[in-house]
Design a protein around this ligand. Structure first.
Ligand code: AMP
Length: 114
């Protein structure tokens, strides 16, 4: 999707603070953090929202949890974080590219960027 902000970030056309990348996801810091630690787990594949998930998306979306777990470990917040997904404008979704928020109230320690 050419006009999608998160597609541009996922394709590294726009800079972000990346802490984890795998075949399916990029994990980067939220520009307006709502907790001490606030990262976004964003699939490289464009899916608009949970309402637009199709049969066949299970593989990538199943991996969102293993990616979240890895990101939490890297951030040093295992066992002390929240995950959230907003769905639709009325559900608080601002960016129309499916993503999961990873938030923690733990204090951020020196996390190495990728
Ligand atoms: P949502 O409201 O669930 O769609 O979440 C979108 C999130 O993206 C918000 O928390 C924004 O602060 C964040 N955001 C918007 N633009 C950027 C950006 N360029 N880089 C990082 N995070 C962003």
């Amino acid at each position: 999707m050419e006009d999608c902000l998160f597609c541009k970030i996922a394709n590294k056309k726009i800079e972000s603070e990346i802490i984890l990348e795998n075949d399916y996801f990029l994990v980067f810091s939220d520009i307006h953090p709502k907790a001490n630690i606030h990262f976004l787990i964003v699939p490289k594949q464009h899916i608009k929202s949970v309402d637009d998930v199709m049969d066949g998306d299970e593989l990538v979306l199943g991996k969102i949890f293993t990616t979240a777990k890895e990101a939490a470990k890297k951030l040093g917040v295992s066992g002390a974080y929240r995950l959230g997904v907003n769905v639709g404008k009325d559900g608080g979704q601002e960016i129309e590219h499916i993503h999961m928020h990873l938030l923690s109230d733990k204090t951020r320690k020196g996390v190495e960027k990728l």
